[in-house]
Ligand binder design. Structure first.
Ligand SMILES: NC(=O)c1ccc[n+]([C@@H]2O[C@H](COP(=O)([O-])OP(=O)(O)OC[C@H]3O[C@@H](n4cnc5c(N)ncnc54)[C@H](OP(=O)(O)O)[C@@H]3O)[C@@H](O)[C@H]2O)c1
Length: 326
């Protein structure tokens, strides 16, 4: 078994990672790190477990450690960026390979920003990192869903411009992110730094020179981001060709129904796919609705996929991973 340490193990992404790794054959969570308030406490006595799957027994009894005590060769990090920017390089110096959800190194030219189905060749740039351990980042949750929707389309035409409007769930802001008073019956039309991240990260992942205009909103949905895209192509497309591309991808679920996808009906707690519907073509502009589980595909399973790709774990090759993680 390969040992994994989870940084930020008490948070929403950390909990999701623990629930997912428990179903992987070759890996186990052996260490947990969170804020210093939990040092020395066991996981089960100090964490408000939110996952529908039961807390694995092997994790329940683990005691929270300090980052300097980590011995596992692999680390999944779900720390706030301000903390990750200090802890992750220290672990890399100690030879740990860090797969991070935080945004602090995503645009660093020496750090791969990877979605395995799209750009796993970017992993090779880790050789530019001078440390014995390497840092590999996964993108912002909305950027991940948009990239998975756009990447296949680049086979049909280059894209000059994309209009993006997101409706992001409250779980995207973390366990203590928003009060009920702030979000119930409300839509907040701005998420700090999110719009810049989405545009810059998409350019790095897809290696394209496309303009993005992005509005991000927080909506009173517990989990699952829904994103409206209008994609301006340089050539005229045919809707049937677009559908055919998506239908052939195991990580995409394509909907023909006019009222789908819906977060309430279509994504489960361990859903690892991108959901696409409402396809509409007007001249060179393709409109669509893209949806995904922000805690799973947008965060925890994105980091786990990068780890598995990094180590070349063929038992969980991309197409099989979805069914394993559901
Ligand atoms: N939520 C999402 O949908 C999503 C999607 C993509 C990426 N991300 C990124 O993933 C990371 C985690 O997000 P989250 O939603 O899981 O947040 P969260 O629920 O707020 O969890 C944050 C975690 O970080 C720990 N932490 C906070 N301050 C710390 C410190 N000074 N030292 C050590 N640990 C500390 C917390 O420990 P305590 O509980 O002890 O405070 C907790 O375990 C963030 O960088 C976020 O931007 C989140």
């Amino acid at each position: 078994m390969n040992a994994i340490c989870i940084l930020g193990a008490s948070g929403l992404v950390g909990q999701k990672a623990i629930a997912l790794i428990d179903h992987l054959p070759n890996f186990e969570v052996t260490e947990v790190v969170a804020s210093e308030n939990r040092l020395g406490l066991t996981y089960e006595e100090s964490v408000d477990w939110q996952e529908p799957r039961l807390l694995p027994n092997s994790v329940a009894k683990l005691k929270f450690k300090e980052p300097c005590e980590v011995t596992s060769p692999f680390v999944i990090s779900s720390l706030p960026s301000s903390v990750a920017s200090k802890i992750e390089p220290l672990l890399a110096q100690k030879g740990k390979h860090v797969f991070t959800n935080s945004s602090c190194f995503r645009l660093d030219p020496n750090v791969p920003l990877v979605i395995p189905e799209i750009n796993q060749d970017q992993l090779k740039i880790v050789t530019r990192q001078p440390t014995p351990g390497k840092v590999v980042a996964n993108p912002n949750c909305s950027a991940t869903f948009i990239a998975l929707a756009l990447a296949p389309l680049l086979k049909l035409s280059s894209i000059s411009y994309v209009s993006v409007v997101t409706c992001q769930a409250i779980s995207g802001a973390g366990l203590n992110g928003l009060s009920a008073y702030q979000i119930l019956g409300n839509i907040i039309p701005y998420i700090q730094d999110e719009e810049e991240k989405i545009a810059l990260e998409l350019a790095k992942i897809l290696n394209i020179d496309t303009r993005f205009i992005v509005h991000t909103t927080r909506v009173p949905v517990i989990n699952g981001h829904t994103i409206m895209l209008h994609i301006h192509f340089d050539k005229k497309l045919h809707l049937e060709n677009v559908k055919e591309l998506y239908q052939n991808l195991s990580h995409v679920r394509l909907y023909e129904q006019k009222d789908r996808p819906q977060v309430f009906r279509d994504i489960g707690p361990y859903d690892d796919r991108v959901h696409i519907g409402r396809l509409k073509l007007v001249d060179r502009v393709l409109g669509m609705v893209v949806m995904g589980n922000n805690l799973t595909r947008g965060a925890a399973s994105a980091a786990i996929r990068n780890l598995l790709t990094f180590v070349g774990d063929r038992s969980c090759a991309s197409s099989q991973l979805s069914s394993r993680l559901f």
